[in-house]
Design a protein around this ligand. Structure first.
Ligand SMILES: [Zn+2]
Length: 390
């Protein structure tokens, strides 16, 4: 049975720092608790029944009511939404916000940043469903990968690490068919089987973990990105050209993205090639009854194809916007390595390690942590460092 609070949505979780406390058996104290909790229908219920079945979470008690982690014998709850106490300390990380709320937060944040002359050019998002609202209502498409905030174009892109992992997951569960070429996990497996017996390997980084990762390893981006790496494509193409050991060609094409994006011919032709690939991409699953491969409906199920298309168009749009705005910059370079939400994830990770590893900081704690981290890192002297930490 799930242990949960009778007043607020808090539930027991293995990492939660919230404790849950039974209603008192003493009739007088029980009545006091029930009234404070604004649970009037409980008042006439037998205290021993409530003691067995209902609990109140630690958020409703002042620190003074605890002796270590247990409540003192005459503890009384005092923090509730109705007296405004809980509202101030509302957890900010407990629930994700809804699409419309998120939209208004994004818009007001962009306005605030513009008002202090910080020019927002691009927004990076993960594949969360509440962001889909933004994509739908603002009509963000392959042709218009941006939206307007007070007359300024803000380019929209998806977080490439998330996209890589989503693509890998689909690739492993289904097969890809585009431009009459088929790519399947089995090709990769065959390639790995041949390659791993060699002393000098074509793709030395490819390991068992890449092909059979557990749920922790699945989160690591490198196990997804290395599958689509240039080395593996080159290795497979070499094997195909010298023998027919691999049944079909996996010539998706790949390019190193360690270099900054300068809109060079190589880079644009690669991006065009990928756009073309994704436009024609069909994700297929094997239907055992019909004994054939059938395409799964891409509109409803597969987010990653459209997301890649928007992100690629977004990058090109970002480049042309930036080079138009800053005409004094002759050789504009965009470090695509920075176009992801890693810094944000690192930031929230650091916030959570503060306050004694509090994973659900309150608004006040968050504000204090932000100030502390900002001051500590903003004035940090970097010893001739070439690049900044997040
Ligand atoms: Zn509660």
């Amino acid at each position: 049975m799930v242990v949960k609070c009778i007043v607020c949505p808090n539930k027991y979780g293995p990492l939660s720092q919230i404790s849950f406390h039974r209603f008192p058996l003493c009739a007088e104290r029980f009545k006091q608790w029930a009234m404070l909790c604004r649970q009037n229908d409980l008042i006439d219920v037998d205290p021993s029944y409530c003691n067995q079945h209902y609990k109140l979470c630690s958020r409703h008690f002042n620190q003074s009511q605890f002796a270590w982690t247990r409540l003192i014998s005459n503890a009384v709850p005092s923090k509730f939404q109705w007296n405004g106490y809980l509202y101030d300390e509302q957890e900010i990380a407990a629930n994700s916000c809804t699409g419309p709320d998120l939209l208004s937060i994004i818009f007001s944040t962009i306005h605030k940043l513009h008002s202090i002359s910080l020019n927002v050019r691009v927004i990076i998002s993960d594949l969360g469903s509440n962001l889909k609202n933004l994509v739908d209502t603002r009509h963000i498409t392959l042709e218009t990968p941006y939206f307007n905030v007070s007359g300024k174009e803000i380019v929209f892109m998806f977080d490439p690490p998330h996209l890589l992992k989503a693509t890998r997951n689909y690739f492993f569960n289904y097969r890809f068919k585009s431009l009459n070429k088929v790519a399947e996990k089995i090709h990769l497996k065959e390639f790995y089987k041949l390659d791993k017996s060699q002393v000098h390997r074509l793709a030395p980084k490819l390991t068992d973990i890449h092909l059979n990762s557990n749920s922790f390893q699945k989160i690591r981006v490198k196990y997804a990105s290395q599958i689509f790496s240039h080395t593996i494509v080159a290795g497979m193409t070499t094997l195909i050209s010298i023998s027919s050991k691999i049944s079909d060609g996996n010539k998706i094409g790949s390019k190193r993205f360690c270099l900054p994006f300068t809109n060079s011919e190589d880079q644009t032709s690669f991006l065009n090639c990928m756009t073309n690939y994704f436009k024609h991409l069909k994700v297929q699953k094997f239907d055992a009854l019909k004994n054939e491969w059938i395409s799964i409906n891409r509109q409803y199920n597969i987010k990653f194809i459209n997301s890649w298309l928007i992100s690629i168009a977004g990058l090109i749009c970002l480049y042309s916007n930036s080079s138009n705005n800053d005409q004094e910059i002759s050789n504009l370079e965009i470090c695509t390595y920075r176009l992801n939400q890693d810094c944000l994830e690192n930031f929230f990770g650091t916030v959570r390690t503060q306050n004694r590893n509090c994973i659900n900081p309150t608004c006040i704690q968050f504000k204090r942590t932000f100030k502390k981290l900002f001051v500590m890192n903003y004035f940090e002297y970097s010893e001739g460092a070439n690049c900044v930490k997040d």
